[in-house]
Design a protein around this ligand. Structure first.
Ligand code: HEC
Length: 335
């Protein structure tokens, strides 16, 4: 299905895949909604794609901007516990995938944000991310052959390059990163023979009353978008959702993450504490650590070795290989 922008429409909003080089929405996915303040256009997404991979945005061009931490091969995530930005300054939480971020009502582990526009813009000048001077960025981009043209195409002929607009374009590109063609999606769309017996029994366990994974990891995006304390540790240093709401019950709660492409986004949890899917399943099998405010859904599962293996086999059916290698999302500077 081709994207029809569910916001302010103009003729350019309904696009065909080849033209847009971007956005095809799987037929079992809802229509993505772009904000009125930053509607979709194919030209903006294309500019955003160039900027997403543009070293000129970083203070001393020492790394390739957003894709330094958000790598396509890892579902626009990475494989370290804490990402490091400019000057090697570390984040305090594990990076989250950008896949399907257009559908998220809340972003970040504590759900403090509701839009990728702000973070896309602020990353450019935040000291721990690109640490750039915004005037400098404008000069650098203006001096190229490429960007004056791309900004005009995206924002109109009288446009002056600005970091604010750069942020809007990057956010638009990021919203096109839709992943919905995993083995599981093919299964949902009728190709049921694709699943092995092990994957099928893993799926049954996942959705079962016994395991109750799907109570929190619910719906087509495997998240209820709600905060939970799953007892990952007994010594939470991070108060999670509480920082946002100041409500006692939100202490150490984190918004349920999606499980799509989970195979390629180790290590796991908001603190990157669990290195493998085996360790995640062990964590659930144990019912999480003893913790006062732990969600009541967390309790020992008594899984057999085969059941653990099959749960992992099911989680691996959520990997969308096409998304991880799709040229439409790759670095356009590398021809
Ligand atoms: C009570 C709600 C809840 C239930 C039930 C639940 N999860 Fe989770 N899951 C979460 C939350 C919240 C996190 C993030 C926790 C954190 O970072 O502290 C998470 C994290 C994960 C992760 C790591 C995700 C990442 O990106 O790092 C995996 C994998 C996972 N869960 C699989 C499962 C499986 C399999 C089951 C069933 C056996 C299950 N979950 C049951 C809420 C739940």
């Amino acid at each position: 299905m081709v994207l029809l922008c569910a916001c302010s429409h103009n003729a350019g909003d309904s696009l065909n895949e080849e033209l847009s080089g971007g956005m095809v929405v799987p037929k079992h996915f809802p229509q993505p909604i772009f904000p009125k303040s930053n509607p979709y256009s194919r030209e903006k997404a294309l500019l955003g794609r160039y900027l997403f991979y543009e070293p000129l945005l970083v203070k001393d061009t020492s790394f390739p901007s957003c894709s330094h931490c958000l790598k396509q091969e890892f579902a626009f995530n990475n494989n370290v516990d804490f990402s490091k930005g400019y000057g090697g300054i570390s984040e305090i939480r594990n990076t989250m995938t950008l896949a399907n971020v257009v559908y998220r009502k809340m972003i970040f582990w504590d759900g403090r944000g509701n839009s990728v526009d702000g973070p896309a813009y602020r990353s450019i000048f935040m000291k721990n991310i690109f640490a750039s001077d915004t005037n400098d960025i404008v000069k650098r981009l203006e001096a190229t052959e490429l960007y004056p043209r791309l900004f005009k195409q995206a924002f109109g002929p009288d446009t002056k390059i600005s970091t604010y607009l750069a942020g809007q374009a990057i956010a638009t590109f990021v919203r096109t990163l839709i992943s919905g063609n995993s083995k599981y999606d093919k299964y949902l769309n009728g190709d049921t023979a694709l699943f092995s017996a092990e994957e099928k029994s893993g799926m049954e366990l996942f959705f079962s009353e016994r395991c109750r994974c799907s109570v929190c990891h619910s719906g087509i995006f495997f998240t209820d978008m709600l905060p939970h304390n799953t007892g990952v540790t007994v010594h939470y240093f991070d108060q999670g959702r509480w920082y946002v709401t100041n409500r006692r019950e939100d202490r150490n709660r984190f918004i349920t993450p999606t499980l799509r492409n989970i195979e390629v986004t180790a290590p796991y949890m908001s603190d990157g504490f669990l290195p493998t899917l085996d360790s995640v399943i062990e964590h659930y099998n144990r019912g999480g650590m003893k913790f006062l405010m732990k969600d009541t859904l967390m309790r020992p599962l008594n899984l057999s070795v085969y059941e653990k293996k099959s749960l992992i086999a099911f989680l691996k059916t959520l990997t969308d290989r096409e998304f991880l290698t799709n040229k439409k999302f790759s670095d356009p500077h590398k021809k």
